[in-house]
Design a protein around this ligand. Structure first.
Ligand SMILES: *Cc1c(COP(=O)(O)O)cnc(C)c1O
Length: 400
């Protein structure tokens, strides 16, 4: 079958909740993906940072195959021999004492919010059902009813109310606004260290450390959503580390499995995660042995291949080179590590047509909001490949 036939089938039988580029992928290897017509592309999206380790990483694949032959799902009604080891390795790597495993990112976010509420009632002494959680405008934390309840994007929420109460929105990047919003009932401040889906919005230097300070001073939890920014993407294991901030709770997902399987986790110390008691929360697939074996291998690849360190080097180079491109369309280049946004001027007609032009040249990037092209290739990319991409990006950013 050819590209057009797949597209027609998909459009006919599948819900149209995405607007993908017209490319039908069938194979991936490292930073490259291949379509059904045999064309090769550089993946500059990395499945929203889920394939930081590169497509079909051989070591993660081997771990998956090995485990799949043994046992895949036990449910948490019984223990399994992969979960314990994964907990331990995740703790060693992140220096959080404990973790709780879920599947999708949105589920881990919901878990962290439940934890914050429970802490507010059991530890902080907030009157029951009066806990407030402060969130930021422009956020993206998933697609569940609760996570869209505090979205500020009309497309994500307008037709889906009524909404979950208990959330307060403040402008992103404004620590004074957080300070003003804190009340005796505030359980947590919940934010992304860089807003990925929001258009690669990097907050002002000092913002995260100031918010962390405010949280400490007011007995409020700081919860960081590092589902997209974590695990090396920005040139640190966690983006909060750019400001030496260690949030009370960090939520990870996406690259936790290197793209093989949905695995997410809530990371925190015992004083917090120890609050959950048996039966209060769970997931049939959460912490299953296949997920744990895959995630163990995925973390090992990040460490053994020094992906965090490599990202600093190639990321700085990529940002620098993009910034130097003379173009009538570019308004701003921003980002950290290999999470890069190129914002186009509004009169340039939107980022979509530039993404389509890049596709013609063998580069897959996706517009983020209307005017931003996100460049977030797998962290295993090398300088040579970046140079190859830059040559094409220069051309596209100078088209009519
Ligand atoms: C992708 C993402 C999520 C949601 O993860 P899913 O696995 O799609 O549910 C939440 N927060 C951030 C910051 C994300 O980038």
């Amino acid at each position: 079958m050819k590209t057009q036939e797949y597209i027609e089938l998909e459009e006919r039988y599948g819900a149209h909740n995405y607007h993908p580029l017209d490319v039908v992928l069938t194979r991936g290897e490292g930073v490259w993906v291949y379509d059904v017509d045999g064309r090769r592309y550089l993946d500059c999206l990395s499945a929203y940072s889920a394939v930081n380790q590169g497509h079909v990483h051989p070591k993660i694949l081997a771990a998956m195959q090995e485990q799949a032959k043994k046992i895949t799902l036990t449910s948490r009604a019984f223990r399994n021999d992969q979960l314990a080891l994964f907990y331990k390795e995740l703790s060693d790597l992140t220096s959080y004492e404990m973790s709780l495993l879920m599947n999708s990112g949105a589920e881990a976010v919901e878990t962290a919010l439940k934890l914050a509420r429970k802490w507010a009632y059991q530890v902080k002494g907030v009157p029951r059902y009066e806990a407030e959680i402060i969130t930021c405008a422009g956020n993206f934390h998933g697609r569940t009813i609760t996570t869209i309840s505090f979205s500020t994007e009309p497309l994500y929420r307008d037709d889906f109310g009524p909404f979950t109460p208990g959330f307060i929105t403040v402008p992103y990047g404004d620590a004074a606004a957080v300070e003003k919003a804190i009340t005796p009932n505030t359980a947590a401040v919940f934010l992304e260290p860089i807003q990925g889906e929001g258009g690669v919005i990097v907050p002002p230097t000092g913002y995260l450390s100031r918010v962390a300070e405010l949280c400490k001073k007011n007995n409020v939890l700081l919860i960081a959503d590092e589902i997209q920014t974590g695990l090396g993407r920005t040139g640190k294991l966690f983006a909060c580390q750019h400001e030496n901030v260690h949030p009370d709770v960090t939520v990870v997902g996406k690259a936790l499995s290197g793209g093989f399987y949905p695995v997410s986790a809530v990371l925190a110390d015992r004083a917090l995660l120890g609050l959950f008691t048996p039966g209060e929360h769970g997931s049939t697939f959460g912490g299953n042995p296949l997920a744990a074996a895959i995630a163990r291998a995925a973390l090992k690849v990040i460490v053994e291949e020094r992906l965090v360190e490599r990202t600093v080097e190639v990321g700085n180079y990529f940002i620098e080179q993009l910034s130097e491109i003379p173009s009538p369309h570019v308004k701003e280049v921003r980002g950290k590590g290999l999470l890069i946004g190129v914002e186009l001027k509004h009169e340039s007609g939107g980022a979509r047509r530039f993404c389509e032009a890049l596709q013609d040249k063998g580069i897959l990037a996706k517009e983020t909001h209307e005017h931003v092209i996100r460049f977030a290739p797998p962290l295993v990319i090398d300088k040579e490949t970046i140079d190859w991409a830059l040559a094409h990006i220069r051309e596209v950013l100078n088209m009519e």
